[in-house]
Structures are given as structure tokens and as C-alpha cells.
Design a protein around this ligand. Structure first.
Ligand code: SAH
Length: 423
């Protein structure tokens, strides 16, 4: 396949030049109950107070409920054994403990798992778990669809449907823990019964977990859904709940420069940047957000990223596209830029993962090797990422759901059928 020519800059593709999302609102639940997942603890207390508890009781109940939700992973109020039996139905009438619905779960021959998930209002998105010998990484989505239109990314061919809520983002982590059987059993036997846990099955130790790391590298651009991603990751890091260290969480951005400092200050997780090209022409073409926030600005924002150091390096992701960004000169320019901006950096070289109709091919293994050598010889770590889960379309850039392929008329017909079935 020939390398594509640059897109004319004047081409008015919505989202291409100014990809500010115009997400749809979240549809409220039909039963009028409030989903507690995704809410900060003080807000849970406020809701309890609004529902009639006095301030002190509300605060205590919020603390207990929070622990059950995020530390123990229960999905029923009935399982909250230290809450009075009469109180549990009171909670269940007003609140729910949501999880995204699992539409489909697939396992790759290499052990990678992919879940097709659905929001309560019917939008599909994906989540991927990548097990390795020494760690397990959950790849979490931040949006349904994406506004960025990166030319080599399959998700980029979807429209943005909507931002995921904090509950839907943290819900992915909860769901992964459910699926991997990784909630602590503790000493409250009835909770274990309710969770249907088998006592013999992989008893819990904090460091024996499968899920050890989280990367915000699923569908969507996390920095275009900043508030929700921040609120969700705060829950993921909360010491009384899921308690994952910020050092084990990485947020990846294609380069939403104005939000990068806030990400460092307000979330404080590791940063990855989808760089993919070292010249304006090529980056404008393959990562179109570059036309809005250029390379210099982006690299300066990396140099200023709070918390980056030699111990906590910024990861530069670099997809290897045949004859597009993979020359020796590109490798040398990458090294030069990293040195010019004095970036504590490592480079992740990602062999391009193909998808139907993609306008690029993967660089040859020899080319990838040579590129890696040039970067490595300059003293910069440059591992080549082994593609994972390609057979189930779970690899980087392969996530795409069928949602937007359905026409509006078809969606209406499906809704009418569902209504009829419900009588
Ligand atoms: N929007 C954020 C989060 C997505 S992360 C970002 O761009 O960083 C997904 C990663 O996979 C990004 O680095 C993306 O550039 C990369 N990617 C996308 N399509 C790919 C493909 N076909 N092959 C390999 N990597 C790809």
C-alpha cells in the first residue's frame, strides 16, 4: 500500500482541527435511583442526608458504604453486614451499585482479555486486560468513541458518542476485579457467601493480585474528559478503597497541551504521550491534534510536567508506520528533541496493529530493530512492545465498537421492539 499523502489543511473535517468534544448528556436511570459508583465519599454522605439521615449518621453510613463498595466490591446492599438489616432495603430503594453491563468477553490465545461493555443508557465501549509474568495491566476507556481522528487508529474512525462518567470509568476497574475474582474476602464470612466466592479459589493477598497496573489507553482521549477521569482515578487511588498507587497508573494523551499541567497537579499519575512523529508535516497528518497544539508546545508541556523525573519518566509512544515515520533520520530527530527539551523519557515502540481499511502498514522487523538501536544507543530506553491480543482486536488502536454503525432508524426500531417486549 502506498503511503497516504497529507490531508489538505483546509479540509473541514469536524473534530479534525478543533476536536473539542460535544458529548451527549447521560440519560438518567429510568427507576430514578442514584448509582453510588463514581461519587466521592462526601457526596455519598450528602445524598444520605438529603434522603433523611442526620449529618452524623450520613457521614458514618457513607464511610461504611464506601468501604463495601471499593474495598470489598459488593454489588448488593444486603451484603453490607455491619449496616442494620432494616437500613439495607432503605438504601436499595434509593440507590444502586452499578457496573457496566458485559455484552461480550473474549480471551486471546496470548491470555489478553477484552470485554465489550454497555452503559446503562445503551452505549458500547471496550476494556482490555493484559496479563504478564510480573504484572497485569488493565487498559481503561475514557470515552465512547473519540474526537481525535488519528489516522492509524481504528477508534479514531468512530465518532464521539459521549464521555464516560466517573462511575463508568472506575466501574471498569471494579468489573475487572469481579472477573478476576480479586476482591478481598476478609473475615466477614457472609460477605464472601453473598459474593459467591469459593474459599479455595486463589485466596487474596495484596501483592499476589493479577490486576496491578492501570493505563488510560482504551477508547477516547482522557484529557478531553478531564474532570470525570480525574474523579474516577481519585477513587481508584483512594487508600480506603481500591488503593492503587499513582505509580501504577499511566494516563496517555495524544497531546491536549492545556490540560497536561492540571493532569500532573490534580491526578499525579504517570504520563504517556502519543508522539508518533517528530516533524510537523507527518504529525499533522497522523495525529491531527498536532495542528492545534504543535510539537514544540507539546514537548515543553512534557518538560514542565509535574512529577516527571528520572525515576518517573514520561513514556513516548511511537507507532511504527512503514515509510511514514520510521527512518533513521526520524529516530535521530526523536533523540535530538528528547535531549533538547531535557526530557526524562523512555520510548515505547509500537508495531502498527492493522485493522480493515487502515491506510498504513507496519514497518518491517528490521526497520523497527534499527530504529530502536539508534534511540537506545543515545542512552534512551526504547523497548519494542509486543502486540497483545491482536487475534481478538484488543491491541492498541484496534478498539472499535459497532455502536455508531447502527442507523438512527435502526436504534428507534430496536427501542420500539424492546418496549413491545416489555408489554
Ligand atoms: N487518546 C489517548 C489514549 C489512547 S492510547 C492517546 O492517544 O494517547 C492508545 C494508544 O494506541 C495511543 O498511543 C495510540 O496512538 C496507539 N494506537 C492507535 N492505533 C494504533 C495502531 N493501529 N497500532 C498501534 N498503536 C496504535
Amino acid at each position: 500500500m502506498n503511503a497516504p499523502t497529507s490531508l489538505p489543511v483546509s479540509m473541514p473535517i469536524p473534530g479534525h482541527i478543533d476536536p473539542v468534544p460535544v458529548p451527549r448528556p447521560v440519560t438518567p436511570r429510568e427507576d430514578g435511583r442514584t448509582d453510588l459508583i463514581g461519587l466521592p465519599r462526601p457526596q455519598i454522605a450528602t445524598l444520605f442526608q438529603d434522603a433523611g439521615l442526620d449529618a452524623k449518621a450520613a457521614k458514618l453510613r457513607a464511610k461504611q458504604v464506601f468501604h463495601w463498595l471499593y474495598h470489598r466490591g459488593v454489588t448488593e446492599f444486603e451484603a453490607m453486614t455491619d449496616i442494620a438489616k432494616t437500613m439495607r432495603p432503605w438504601l436499595a430503594e434509593r440507590f444502586v451499585i452499578g457496573r457496566p453491563d458485559v455484552v461480550e468477553a473474549q480471551v486471546s490465545t496470548d491470555g489478553t482479555r477484552k470485554w465489550l461493555l454497555r452503559t446503562a443508557d445503551g452505549h458500547d465501549f471496550e476494556m482490555v486486560f493484559i496479563p504478564d509474568a510480573d504484572r497485569g495491566t488493565l487498559c481503561v476507556s475514557s470515552q465512547v468513541g473519540c474526537t481525535l481522528n488519528c489516522r492509524f487508529c481504528h477508534t479514531g474512525t468512530m465518532k464521539l458518542v459521549r464521555n464516560l462518567t466517573p462511575g463508568e470509568i472506575v466501574g471498569q476497574v471494579m468489573l475487572a476485579r469481579d472477573a478476576l475474582g480479586e476482591w478481598p474476602k476478609g473475615s466477614m464470612a457472609s460477605a464472601a457467601d453473598d459474593l459467591d466466592l469459593d474459599e479455595d479459589e486463589g485466596s487474596y493477598t495484596a501483592d499476589g493480585r493479577l490486576l496491578t497496573n492501570i493505563v488510560m489507553m482504551g477508547m477516547g482521549e482522557p484529557l478531553y474528559n478531564f474532570d470525570n477521569v480525574r474523579d474516577a482515578l481519585k477513587l481508584v487511588m483512594d487508600g480506603d478503597g481500591l488503593a492503587l498507587s499513582k505509580r501504577r497508573i499511566t494516563l496517555s494523551t495524544a497531546g491536549v497541551v492545556p490540560m497536561m499541567a492540571r493532569a500532573g497537579e490534580e491526578i499525579g499519575v504517570n504520563l504517556a504521550v502519543s508522539l508518533h512523529a517528530v516533524t510537523k508535516d507527518v504529525r499533522d497528518e497522523i495525529v491531527p491534534i498536532n495542528r492545534k497544539f504543535g510539537l514544540e508546545e507539546l514537548l515543553q508541556a512534557c518538560a514542565d510536567y509535574p512529577g516527571a523525573s528520572n525515576a518517573r519518566r514520561i513514556t513516548f509512544e511511537y507507532v511504527m508506520l512503514k515509510d511514514r515515520n520510521d527512518s533513521d533520520d526520524d529516530a535521530r530527530e526523536l533523540v535530538r528533541l528528547i535531549k533538547q527539551y531535557k526530557l526524562p523519557a523512555k520510548v515505547n515502540l509500537i508495531p502498527f496493529n492493522p485493522w480493515p481499511g487502515a491506510p498504513y502498514e507496519c514497518s518491517t522487523p528490521e526497520r523497527v530493530k534499527r530504529f530502536a538501536e539508534i534511540v537506545f544507543e543515545a542512552g534512551i530506553s526504547a523497548p519494542v512492545r509486543t502486540p497483545r491480543g491482536r487475534d481478538i482486536d484488543a491491541a492498541c488502536g484496534q478498539l472499535k465498537t459497532a455502536a455508531e454503525r447502527r442507523s438512527r432508524a435502526e436504534m428507534d426500531r430496536l427501542a420500539a421492539e424492546k418496549q413491545a417486549a416489555l408489554g
